[in-house]
Design a binder for this molecule. Structure first.
Ligand SMILES: O=C(O)C1=C[C@@H](OP(=O)(O)O)[C@@H](O)[C@H](O)C1
Ligand SMILES: C=C(OP(=O)(O)O)C(=O)O
Length: 429
C-alpha cells in the first residue's frame, strides 16, 4: 500500500507572528469538567484535534451535549451524574483522556463503561492509574490484570486515600483528584516532583474543593457546581516547534502570541536559553487561572548542554523538539531522565535516536538518556512512528535542509494545520 508523505523544501528565514491552537491539556480538562457541571458553559478557542475530539465524543457518549459554535464549544453538563454509555468508549490516541476518564468513571455509582483506544494507547501503561484508583475502592479490570486497555469500570464506593506518585505524572495526579470529587473523605496526592497543574487551576476556576500545600494537593467530595465559561490559552507544546524552528534557521524571527506560559510547562525555555537562545517572553493576561502571553525567538547559534534532570517533567512533551535544537548546536547535548518518554504515543527515546541517525546526526541512546552530537543535519526521511510530536519535531530538525516526512497526518493528533503554518512562516505558499 502507498504510504502518504510530505516533502518539505529547505526553509528560508521564518518571519512573522502566529497563534497556535488551544492547549490540549486544558481542552481535555475543560470538556470533562463542563460535562460534570450543571447547565451550559462555553469553551472558547479549544483545541479541535484528534485527541480532544475523542474527548468531546467520549463526554457526549456519557450524556453531555457538546456543540460546536464556530471555533468554540458549548457544553451542556450532566451535573456530577453521567449517563451509562451504550457502547465501548473509544479514547483514540489520547492517554490524557483515558487516564483522567478512568478517575471520573470510578466515581460514578453503578455506572458500567469500557474504555479502549488505538493500537498505541492499548500498549500504554494504565496500571499507574488503575492501582491507586483500586486503592480508593474502584472496580476496574482489563487486559493484563488491568494494566492495559481495554479496561472495564463499574463505578462507585470510593474512599479518599493519600497517594504519593511513584512517577511524575500529571495524568495520574489528575485522575485521582477527579475521582476524589466522588469519594468519601479527603483524597490527597503527593507529588515529590512538580508536574503540570492545569487540573488544580481548573478546580479553582469551577469552585471545586482544592487545597495545595507544597507537594500535597487535596480534594474532597464535590457538591453540584454551576458551569462557567472558560478560555483556552494557546498550547506551549505546539508553540515550541516554531520557537526551535526560528532558533535554528538563520535570519529568523518569530513571535507566538496568546500562548500559555504556565511554568509547570515551560522548562524548555530555560534549557534553550542555557544553549544560547535569543528568547524573550512576557505574561500579558490570565485566562482560566493560566498565565498567557507572547514569546519571541530569533535565530541563535546554539551550544550543547547537559540538561538538568529536574526540568524534564516540566518539558516532558518538548524533548523531541529539544533534540532538534541539539542536532544544530555546537558540541554535545546530554538529556537524562527520559524513562517516561519510552511509554508515550511511541517509544520517543528510540524514535528520536532513529530519526537523528536518519538525518546524519550522531546519537547514543541509553535506557533513559540521549547523547546528541550537534553540528547540523543532512537531508533524509523522517519516520514518525505514529507519533504527532515526532512528526513535527523532525520536520523542524530538517527544516533548513529539506526533508521527506512519512505519514505527516499524525500531526493532526494535536495540531491540525501545523505544516500550513510552518510553510506560511517560511514564506512558502
Ligand atoms: O496531564 C496532561 O494533560 C499530560 C501530562 C503528560 O503526561 P504524563 O502525566 O504521563 O506525564 C503529558 O506527556 C501529556 O501530553 C499531557
Ligand atoms: C503524551 C502526549 O499525550 P497523551 O499522553 O495524552 O497521549 C503528548 O501529547 O505528547
Amino acid at each position: 500500500m502507498d504510504r502518504p508523505f510530505l516533502d518539505l523544501a529547505p526553509c528560508g528565514p521564518l518571519r512573522g507572528s502566529l497563534r497556535v491552537p488551544g492547549d490540549k491539556s486544558v481542552t481535555h480538562r475543560g470538556l470533562m469538567l463542563l460535562a460534570l457541571a450543571q447547565g451550559e458553559g462555553r469553551l472558547f478557542y479549544p483545541l479541535k484535534a484528534g485527541d480532544t475530539l475523542s474527548t468531546a465524543r467520549a463526554m457526549q457518549a456519557l450524556g453531555a451535549e457538546v456543540l460546536e459554535e464556530g471555533p468554540h464549544f458549548r457544553v451542556r453538563g450532566q451535573g456530577l451524574r453521567l449517563r451509562e454509555p451504550e457502547d465501548v468508549v473509544d479514547c483514540g490516541n489520547a492517554g490524557t483522556l483515558m487516564r483522567l476518564l478512568l478517575g471520573i468513571l470510578s466515581g460514578q455509582e453503578g455506572l458500567f463503561a469500557v474504555l479502549t483506544g488505538d493500537a498505541s494507547l492499548r500498549r500504554r501503561p494504565m496500571g499507574r492509574v488503575v492501582e491507586p484508583l483500586r486503592a480508593m475502592g474502584a472496580s476496574i479490570d482489563g487486559r493484563e490484570g488491568g494494566k492495559k486497555a481495554p479496561l472495564a469500570v463499574r463505578g462507585g464506593g470510593l474512599k479518599g486515600v493519600s497517594y504519593t506518585l511513584p512517577v511524575p505524572s500529571a495524568q495520574v495526579k489528575s485522575a485521582l483528584l477527579l475521582a476524589g470529587l466522588f469519594a468519601e473523605g479527603v483524597t490527597e496526592v503527593v507529588e515529590p516532583v512538580p508536574t503540570r497543574d492545569h487540573t488544580e487551576r481548573l478546580f479553582r476556576h469551577f469552585g471545586l474543593p482544592l487545597e495545595a500545600e507544597g507537594p500535597r494537593v487535596r480534594t474532597r467530595r464535590a457538591e453540584p457546581f454551576p458551569a462557567r465559561d472558560l478560555t483556552v490559552p494557546g498550547d506551549f507544546s505546539s508553540a515550541a516547534f516554531f520557537l526551535v524552528a526560528a532558533l535554528l534557521t538563520p535570519g529568523s524571527e518569530v513571535t507566538v502570541e496568546g500562548v500559555g506560559l504556565n511554568t509547570t510547562r515551560t522548562g524548555l525555555l530555560k534549557v534553550l536559553r542555557e544553549m544560547g537562545a535569543d528568547l524573550e517572553w512576557q505574561v500579558v493576561e490570565g485566562e482560566a487561572g493560566e498565565p498567557v502571553g507572547w514569546i519571541r525567538a530569533r535565530y541563535s547559534p546554539l551550544k550543547g548542554v547537559s540538561v538538568d534532570p529536574g526540568l524534564i517533567p516540566l518539558m516532558v512533551d518538548e524533548v523531541p523538539v529539544l533534540a532538534a535544537a541539539a542536532a544544530w548546536a555546537e558540541g554535545e547535548t546530554y538529556i537524562p531522565n527520559l524513562s517516561e518518554l519510552r511509554v508515550k504515543e511511541s517509544d520517543r527515546v528510540a524514535a528520536i535516536a532513529h530519526n537523528l541517525r536518519a538525518l546524519g546526526v550522531g546519537v547514543e541512546e541509553g535506557p533513559d538518556w540521549l547523547r546528541i552530537q550537534g553540528g547540523g543535519v543532512k537531508p533524509g526521511e523522517v519516520e514518525p512512528f505514529h507519533d504527532h510530536r515526532i512528526a513535527m519535531a523532525f520536520a523542524v530538525a530538517a527544516l533548513p535542509v529539506g526533508v521527506r516526512i512519512w505519514e505527516p497526518h499524525w500531526a493532526e493528533i494535536s495540531y491540525p494545520g501545523f505544516f500550513q503554518d510552518l510553510k506560511r512562516l517560511c514564506g512558502a505558499s
